[in-house]
Ligand binder design. Sequence first.
Ligand code: GLC
Length: 446
Amino acid sequence: MSDSNDRESKTAWKPAHRIARRQFLKATALAAGGLLAAPAVLRHIEVAQAADRTEISFASAKFFGKSTVAQVVEAFNQSQGKILVKYDELPPPSASTEVHQGLVQRLAKKDGTPDVFTQDVVWIAEFAGAGWALPLDEYVSADEAGQYFPGVLAACRWNGKLTALPWFVDSGMLYYRTDLLKEIGAGVPETWDQLVAAAQALMKAGKAKIGFSWQAKQAEVLICDLVEFVTSNGGAILGPDGKTVEITKPAAVEAVQFMYDTIAKHKISPPDVRSWDEEPSRAPFTGGDAAFLRNWSYVHPIAEDPKSSSIAGKVGVAPLPHFAKGKSAACLGGYQYGVNAATKNRDAAIEFLKWLSSPETQLRFAVELGLAPSRPGVFDSAELGKAQPFMQTLKPVFVGATARPVTPKYAQVTLALQSAVSKAVTHGNVAEALGEARRKLEQIVA
Ligand code: GLC
């Protein structure tokens, strides 16, 4: 009995499988004889593969570094023969509004696609509240749940249910040029005043075209930066009750004034920062033109790779500076996995979810894409210490990061804040712009 007959007799092939398998065998036999054009053979093989496996779709923002999400998904497809994941690539996370829209459009259809998706930490409440994210409690044992940072796992719960599984923790940090600071005999700045002084000195000495690169574009990242500036002055966007709006209190007003002043008064940030999100702000730093950069951890592998950076070996990373009366603050970012509540392939979706969130896959994302693990076991591992030592040095920054407002209405909250803060950093009318934000926020979160 041939191998193929043997397999067919042991396996309960459905009719569709039979046809596909016959097509596959015919196609490979013909291909071996060189009788079919290669593209036609490949099409037959694809049909066969798709029919033999449970096909699920996976929608995720596009992350990149030394490898991409697409390559990681491909590794899963290669690692087993039961499930075939089709990757539905959304824009990069810096295009947060577009990624959010893309997910909302897909999930609101409730047709089961995508089966698995990734979501920014700020959308968990909204997706859970809408009933789009499958509660995962029955698939995650207490022992498994205990393998994640408790704070990150807590952010994956809404109304007592676990509706997401942690992927990576993100937090804002300060990148600096070790060589340039040494040249002017300056230490790593701990306060914003020290950063201004060092940046101005380096610009004056002609050692840096840009003192401080950050992201003031009217986009989600502006709110991440806002959280960092405001919290590092002891202020907040909302009070601890999640309803009292604190954005017009002096601590917040002073912090937003400083955001404007980096451009207009201290002139350490070019007016261009008003149109920069993550990548445009990263480029002058890794290109050797900027002394300081506020960004996420994904920048580190890019900055230290001579293929993508002219400053490899001269990169330092530290907690962000703070105001005289405040403490350093990092915004809590990061994406999490979710399963579509309407999936028609629950078992396959859960199996892929478990693989994605496994220690091995988290380590790969950390080493190749600079995405910090949400499992302390991986975070503290010797492998990660060797590949990305800065993550372990900055562990308190990751685990102590400050969340953006947690509410199912976050999408409205952020748009109101983005519009107001963008006006403030463009025109400098800080009190007026924040007053407008306050009125809108009071209506949204009341
Ligand atoms: C990063 C963060 C995410 C944040 C986004 C803003 O991807 O992980 O939480 O919303 O940046 O651009």
